[in-house]
Design a binder for this molecule. Sequence first.
Ligand SMILES: CC(C)(COP(=O)(O)OP(=O)(O)OC[C@H]1O[C@@H](n2cnc3c(N)ncnc32)[C@H](O)[C@@H]1OP(=O)(O)O)[C@@H](O)C(=O)NCCC(=O)NCCS
Length: 189
Amino acid sequence: MTRRLEWDWYSGTLPENVIVDETAYIETSFSFLLYRSEVHGGVTYGHGASTYLGTMFDVGPTGRVSLGDYALVHGARIICDARVEIGDFALISWNVVIMDNYRLPLSGDDRRRQLMKVAERSPRVLSGFRPEPVIIGPNTWIGFGACILPGVHIGEGSVVGAKSVVRESVPPYKVAVGNPARILRSING
Ligand SMILES: CC(C)(COP(=O)(O)OP(=O)(O)OC[C@H]1O[C@@H](n2cnc3c(N)ncnc32)[C@H](O)[C@@H]1OP(=O)(O)O)[C@@H](O)C(=O)NCCC(=O)NCCS
């Protein structure tokens, strides 16, 4: 069965292995243009969860992304080769990048080899390297343009400031800002 969104401006359909709660909202199937997951529940939408224009699921063959109940993603790029978990009531703002994999090695020689491989692939995507799962806890708010790097866990109730680069986990109920992100202060739930 093809799954087309009746309001979609894009002519695509939802991939079969994406699980969507009947109360969830997907603004456009264009969000799945880069989606290549082959696992059941490559993306899962919880009750009332939503993704809006500009959100892109760049999910590799074994990647799995979950959006908790009422999670709202407004135009983020999610790069996932293992696991990205977005908790209940999490709010992810415009142009946020969440990645569980750098997809490229540091060494210039190795990067050159990777780029030559990309030229032979279809689709022409980077792959390989080591993924480290990312967890965005419940009730969190990730400000616009922030970048959440592999292996990071954003604790429940925490806020990440706009344009911050987070490379270390943030404990629950903190405000973290800057590049690299530092804890600014604690907040109440
Ligand atoms: C993180 C945030 C909530 C903090 O707000 P705040 O508590 O009012 O913080 P303040 O403005 O009092 O700033 C406190 C300090 O943090 C710094 N700071 C605040 N936000 C910062 C950011 N995004 N990056 C770097 N530093 C930041 C300030 O420069 C200040 O530093 P100082 O004490 O050395 O002078 C806010 O700055 C932010 O980034 N909001 C995100 C907005 C957004 O993405 N909206 C999208 C709509 S969904």
